[in-house]
Design a protein around this ligand. Sequence first.
Ligand code: PEP
Ligand code: MG
Length: 539
Amino acid sequence: MITLQGKGVSAGIAKGRLSFLKRESLSVKKRIIDNIEEEIERFNVARQTAADQLDALAVSMVDKIGEENALLFEIHRMMLEDADYCEPIIDIIKTEKACAEYAVNTAGSRLAQEFADMDDEYMKARSIDVYDVSKRVIRILSGEEQDLARSDEPVILATDDFTPSETAQLDRSKVLALVSRQGAANSHTAIFARTMGIPAIIGFGAFLSGDLSGKEAILDGDTGVLYLDPEPKIIMKLEAKKEELLKEKEKLEQMRGKPTINKNGKLLKLYANIGSVSDADAALIGDAEGIGLFRSEFLYLGRDTYPDEEFQYESYRKVLEKMGERQVVIRTLDIGADKQADYFNLPKEENPAMGMRAIRICLTRHDIFKTQLRAIYRASVHGNAAIMFPMISSLDELRRSKELAKAVREELAAEGVPFNADIPIGIMIETPASAIISDILAEEADFFSIGTNDLTQYTLAIDRQNDSLSPFCDTHHEAILRLIKLSCDNAHKAGIWCGICGSLGADLTLTKTFVEMGLDELSVEPSRILKLRSLISEC
Ligand code: PEP
Ligand code: MG
């Protein structure tokens, strides 16, 4: 038996034969051409055909992967129109007199590599999108058809990395699970796999070699382990786990649509954390009672310029409309630290986590902050919105932020633009300072949401990005639990609600403690909601 450890990105147990995705070898040899203009025209025709294919995919994939996920194909089509993508290709055709296939492959690979080299995980994951688009154009140019390994028997499909189109076009009935050498947990491949309910494990590296093809395998998408030629006792163990998971799923389904009430009759709200408009679909599928944290900074990532008011308004409006009467807490921009966008031109810092980030940027660059606040207020008429300021550490910061929100309301009123002036304004408690003065802050905030990821980092002085410090990182540290309790008590004394939106909120070993502390809301990954509801009902 061979045991391989990867990173599980979509839970579930699958058993079957391992089969490597046979990708046709694309013709990318350098051929010298005579007529540059004709070759550029060939490229443009192929580009148009690719655009037509992507338009059709964007429509046909809606049922399979959902409307928002299918939008990715529109983004791919837009890439084909982008000068950053096309100009280097045309340049290679002109300067090297090279055939279009070679030019697309060379320029596309360079661009994909540039993305892969970026520090930001989200941007890294975009590398595969560039690769995907280039492959499509090359296939069209060389007249080759795509043949996703279609065997009659359903298989565990393996490859280097699945492109989003490959994942989306998979025949679900023929694919038991996906395993890959590379990949990122937040790649579209991982998102699609979760949306389609296909167990998936990524990041096996070279250990997942082609000569393993054809071997019998069983995997656990939760723990990220793949067993090849599994021993009977492993098969028995995982099959039992599969049974259990199925039963658990059926049991949890009974919690769907119900309120979250503990045995003392206290009502808690179970909200979802999201980072994009499309995540709101997952929140609804997960039965979220609202959105407790919309990480709006993701609207600022993966682009070259600031998202304008209109773009942001549309994004907030869509989420609010999808969620209907359910509350949507929009956290204002938390850029900086691990979430960098070059166009902010932030100075290089020795210690970015303690540097110019979140509300500090907003209180320094009012133009950026007010654009976002205008977009949120304008969208507020389309649902049940709330605003939340991140990284607040003093009353002065809260007051200055609220002043800017007031200025925006006055501007909109003067312009006659409709908005809801009464949406709640809350803050994140994610610095020890804010927890310690939570009695003072509670007097002027409408709610608290505790960001335990940063609260842990700043309380324990442990960089949350540094894996090597995990042996020192006691997430259940008494200091953190006391700060949570203090904030919750102070919120209640002032008559406001207090929730948790950091990862600790989904820690099932602390659920009972949080219920006892009297927290009013937990905002977690959508897939955790039913499990938490079931556990809370037993508290
Ligand atoms: C937190 O710090 O716990 C939090 C929810 O914010 P983020 O993880 O986005 O910093
Ligand atoms: Mg935080």
